[in-house]
Design a protein around this ligand. Structure first.
Ligand code: PEP
Length: 257
């Protein structure tokens, strides 16, 4: 499966940060990594990021409303993102689930909105530290998967990102065995629900991926890419992670520190 590496900039980046996108785009042009690459800047940068990406990197929004338009101050619709040139959107990120009190049903509605607007939806799921420590991770993730992915999803419109909340931005990651176990559990659920297409639906791992751990994590079974937060902000680190995902040691970022 062609890996997908996505960089989530969260609430980081102003106009001058577009130089990082230009640098990654140039690196892609020179090395041609065998991976789908996306960057999710804040809404304010989406249209300019599309220009900076020169069709080499997909640009997406970090969330979208379920409706195309209306009286929802501060929200942005999937159609608006598409109009700005975006080709993807993250839905159900744990930080949005928390700050917007998103239920699984609301995440599913946003996933449907993404499809309606022709955007690839990256649907995030993952357990809290308490759920993890209490041995509930698989049950929580199965329920989120069931509730957040609409029945008409398929492998060309939807990607799942497993992001244990306790691993996001903390420098902590699950053991490789835990990642493999969870990803094979997610794969089994997807195949049970979507049949053969469920085996093609990409499952990303997210949570403190960096240049040191990316190779090991990305080589694990049923890990089809990564959702990268902090380490996606600098072109050098991000390109190095992308290079790792292709399994080719000759693909090294010229910007690597
Ligand atoms: C994220 O924002 O989805 C994420 C995984 O962040 P980080 O890589 O910084 O843990």
């Amino acid at each position: 499966m062609r890996p997908l590496i996505a960089g989530n900039w969260k609430m980081n980046g102003v106009g001058e940060s577009l130089a990082e996108i230009c640098a990654v785009a140039q690196w892609i042009a020179e090395t041609g990594p065998n991976a789908d690459i996306f960057i999710f800047p804040p809404f304010t940068l989406v249209a300019r990021a599309v220009v900076a990406a020169s069709n080499r990197i997909g640009i997406g929004g970090q969330d979208c409303h379920a409706l195309p338009s209306g009286a929802f101050t501060g929200d942005v619709s999937a159609e608006m993102l598409a109009d700005a040139g975006a080709t993807a959107v993250i839905v159900g990120h744990s930080e949005r689930r928390q700050s917007c009190r998103l239920t699984d049903a609301m995440v599913a509605a946003r996933t449907t909105a993404a499809r309606r607007a022709g955007l690839l939806a990256i649907v995030c799921i993952g357990e809290t530290a308490e759920q993890h420590d209490g041995g509930l991770a698989q049950n929580v993730v199965i329920a989120q998967l069931e509730g957040s992915i609409p029945p008409d999803a398929n492998s060309t419109t939807t990607v799942v990102a497993y992001e244990p909340i306790w691993a996001i931005g903390t420098g902590r990651t699950p053991s490789l065995e835990e990642i493999s176990r969870m990803h094979s559990c997610i794969r089994a659920q997807l195949e049970g629900r979507f049949g053969e297409d469920g085996s093609r639906l990409r499952i990303l791992y997210g949570g403190s991926v960096n240049t040191t751990n990316a190779a090991t994590i990305l080589a694990a079974p049923n890990v089809d890419g990564a959702l990268v937060g902090g380490a996606s902000l600098r072109a050098g680190e991000f390109a190095e992670i992308v290079g790792t995902s292709t399994g080719s040691s000759s693909l090294r970022s010229p910007f690597a520190l």
